[in-house]
Design a protein around this ligand. Structure first.
Ligand code: SF4
Length: 401
């Protein structure tokens, strides 16, 4: 992953939305304290959403998206509104900017839109140097529990308060650092890791998720036992005490679940990372959508980076095959790798995402949220494999699901 991709992934994305000429660009300039957005008195100067990176302390790096006016007119207006919605799908928070004319139907429908997408937001009543927000608008915000601030981008007044408010509405899930599997065992326990060494395994090393779990086991003062699937049975027999947990590569889950007695907790690296990197509940729910697939349904196989596909590639060959066998349906698969989801995401009945080893948690949570906002179930490769192998319930049980 390129350095600037990492930086983008870790940034909190803030969409600045509002009607034309309410001072969205000026407000970003006032927050950032520099002329980074083009400002004009002519309504509708900002066409496409423009990204403005900024360090919002103490939160850290953020990207403001300076969007086109949501009240734009004509064909060009429609395109601008579409671009703004695309930004909203990926945003962590939104600032709805209105001017001294206060809230009218346009702002209220923006409020409905961001609420529908479940995006935390606040209202900035800009141009307070000309007019204060009306009592009616303030009551509207209070009655609807919407945080708001009166600001003047021109006079740079109340900008610090606005910054504090922005930080206060950033979702807690983006700030937390969850554990991998460390809450499933304790000091002195034995944890068995099942690592197949097949043609897909990189030469001479373990893959990053395996290394990270191994390191966590050692950090917790537990014992790690690493075996290939063929040696698992003998390894379990040789243990004086039952292991606290067995973690396996998803691709051999069927064999492993047969070898590991039911009273030993079993999960997969993919399930662990589904929780660590995102939201396991969303992905398990997404996997359940597999049961509702019908003939002709389209499935998006989404990968976060492009890599050389093997002859029996997991995303391109194996999962499509297992899914077709499991459902008995005629399914169509599209393959996609890259930063944004396809524009016409809604045409898919399911998104199956790769393990996202190259993404950080914030970026993956954002992708999950975008699917939820667009009403498309999403799961990941490992969770989908466990589902098609009939072991999903068992491998999510250690997480209380
Ligand atoms: S799991 Fe996803 S992010 Fe990791 S190498 Fe494969 S395609 Fe790239």
């Amino acid at each position: 992953m390129a350095e600037n991709d990492t930086a983008r992934a870790m940034r909190t994305i803030i969409a600045i939305i509002g009607k034309r000429n309410v001072g969205k660009s000026s407000l970003i300039n006032a927050i950032a304290g520099q002329e980074i957005a083009i400002v004009s008195d002519i309504a509708g100067t900002t066409t496409d959403a423009v990204a403005k990176p900024y360090e919002l302390l103490p939160l850290g790096p953020v990207t403001f998206y300076d969007t086109a006016g949501l009240d734009d007119e004509g064909q060009l207006g429609e395109m601008r509104i579409k671009a703004t919605k695309k930004v909203l799908y990926r945003s962590d928070i939104a600032i709805i900017v209105c001017d001294n004319n206060g809230l009218d139907e346009a702002e209220k429908s923006m409020i409905d839109e961001v609420k529908k997408l479940d995006i935390p937001f606040l209202i900035a009543f800009n141009k307070s140097d000309i007019n204060q927000a009306s009592d009616e608008d303030k009551s509207y915000c209070q009655n609807n529990h919407i945080p708001f601030t009166e600001v003047s981008a021109n006079k740079k007044s109340n900008i610090t308060k606005l910054k504090e408010q922005i930080i206060s509405i950033v979702p807690a899930e983006l700030k937390k650092e969850p554990v991998l599997a460390g809450d499933l065992f304790t000091e002195g326990d034995t944890v068995v890791m099942v690592v197949p060494i097949d043609l897909a395994a990189p030469k001479g090393r373990l893959i990053m998720p395996q290394v990270q779990v191994l390191r966590e086991i050692l950090d917790c003062d537990a014992t790690a036992l690493v075996v290939k699937e063929r040696e698992l049975d003998a390894a379990l027999d040789n243990l004086k005490q039952k292991p606290a947990l067995v973690i396996t590569d998803s691709q051999v889950i069927l064999k492993v679940s047969g070898d590991v007695p039911d009273d030993i907790k079993l999960t997969t690296f993919s399930i662990i990372f589904a929780r660590f990197k995102g939201d396991i509940e969303i992905m398990v729910k997404g996997a359940k959508a597999i049961d509702a697939l019908k003939d002709g349904d389209k499935i998006l196989m989404a990968e976060a980076c492009s890599h050389h596909a093997q002859a029996d590639d997991i995303g391109k060959v194996k999962i499509p095959r297992w899914l077709s066998q499991y459902t008995g349906k005629e399914l169509h698969f599209d393959f996609f790798s890259g930063h944004d989801f396809p524009e016409d995401l809604e045409k898919y009945s399911l998104v199956i995402h790769c393990g996202s080893c190259m993404l950080n948690r914030v970026e993956m949570v954002r992708r999950l949220r975008e699917c939820v906002r667009r009403g498309v179930p999403i799961t990941n490769y490992g969770v989908a494999i466990s589902k098609t192998q009939g072991v999903l319930e068992r491998v999510v049980k250690p997480f209380g699901l």
